[in-house]
Design a protein around this ligand. Structure first.
Ligand SMILES: NC(=O)c1ccc[n+]([C@@H]2O[C@H](COP(=O)([O-])OP(=O)(O)OC[C@H]3O[C@@H](n4cnc5c(N)ncnc54)[C@H](OP(=O)(O)O)[C@@H]3O)[C@@H](O)[C@H]2O)c1
Length: 283
């Protein structure tokens, strides 16, 4: 990869935290002569984001807006092929995209959608992109405090319609991503693989489509972080002063990934399944 150009990748760039991370990373890319790859699903949102990011002064030729749907394996494959085609050496991936699904939904293979978007997709993407990373590259997975309030069992991949709860299944997907972060950190000693806990943020994600949404807007939102505040946690993971791997960075501190996740009984099985999905059964 001698002549490769460095690239920083941000997924879910069109969202609340995604905007803040994109603008920050544009500054970093400009400073380091790197390219910035921002993933989107909605072209109108991508256009709006592009204007905002170009206002940082990053060269237009160094900015790449790329379509990516993390709940679709073909879309992930296509994204990785485009990254490979540009000949990038991937320095940093910020797995920021995330969603919470109101209803129980599965893809054609039966994987539950919170799991696909928030855990399986980013995990498969990270393993596939690791082939374009070199020593010192960094994977930053955006987790959630809610990971602490659930546990995982063998049903994690598919969930169940009868027990489905939007918040519980979302939380399980973030718990699974935390277990994966720990496993990838151990398996890739040349990379830094960390999580970020952004706190509760005032973004679209807080909307629950419930009767209490207007009350949330009045009584809860004002006390949540602005995405620019949560960005501090992403910045700490990016700068990574202590050269840590297998850590969780928040606005106020960093901690090693909690034992509940780093020593989870399903850790080996979870990592093996993601490797199979990313690289095929033979790997
Ligand atoms: N808000 C909070 O309080 C909170 C707390 C803890 C953790 N987090 C995490 O922080 C991250 C950023 O969330 P946010 O609050 O900024 O939410 P947001 O404003 O809703 O942004 C989410 C982003 O993810 C993208 N996305 C959703 N589904 C996707 C898919 N299947 N494939 C690719 N991209 C997809 C969205 O794209 P579109 O623009 O096309 O919808 C959007 O860009 C997420 O990982 C979230 O779980 C949020």
């Amino acid at each position: 990869m001698e002549n490769a150009k460095d690239a920083i990748i941000v997924t879910g760039a069109t969202g609340g935290l995604g905007h803040a991370v994109s603008v920050f990373m544009a500054g970093e890319a400009k400073k380091n002569g790197a390219c910035l790859v921002l993933s989107f699903r909605n072209p109108e949102k991508a256009e709006e984001l592009k204007k905002k990011v170009l206002a940082t002064g990053i060269e237009e030729g160094n900015l790449f807006l790329e379509r990516l749907n993390l709940s679709d394996f073909l879309s992930i494959d296509s994204f990785v092929r485009r990254i490979a085609g540009y000949g990038f050496r991937v320095k940093t991936i910020v797995n920021n995209a995330g969603s919470m699904y109101k209803y129980y939904t599965v893809n054609h293979q039966g994987y539950e959608m919170n799991m696909l978007t928030n855990f399986i997709g980013p995990a498969v993407l990270s393993l596939k992109l690791s082939g374009y990373m070199e020593k010192g590259g960094s994977v930053i997975n955006v987790l959630s405090l809610t990971r602490n309030y659930v546990d995982l069992d063998d049903s994690l991949w598919k969930g169940s319609q009868s027990t489905y709860s939007r918040l519980v299944n979302y939380s399980k997907s973030k718990a699974a991503l935390t277990v994966f972060t720990s496993a990838m950190a151990e398996s890739f000693p040349d990379l830094y693989v960390n999580g970020v806990d952004p706190g509760v943020m005032n973004t679209a994600m807080l909307k629950m489509d419930k009767w209490f949404d207007p009350l949330t807007n009045i009584f809860f939102r004002p006390f949540t972080y602005k995405p620019e505040k949560s960005l501090e946690a992403v910045k700490s993971a990016y700068i990574n002063e202590g050269r840590n791997s297998g850590y969780i960075f928040s606005v106020k501190r960093k901690i090693p990934i909690e034992k509940k996740f780093s020593a989870h009984k399903l850790k080996t099985a979870i990592f093996a399944k993601i490797k199979e999905l990313a690289w095929g059964a033979a790997d």
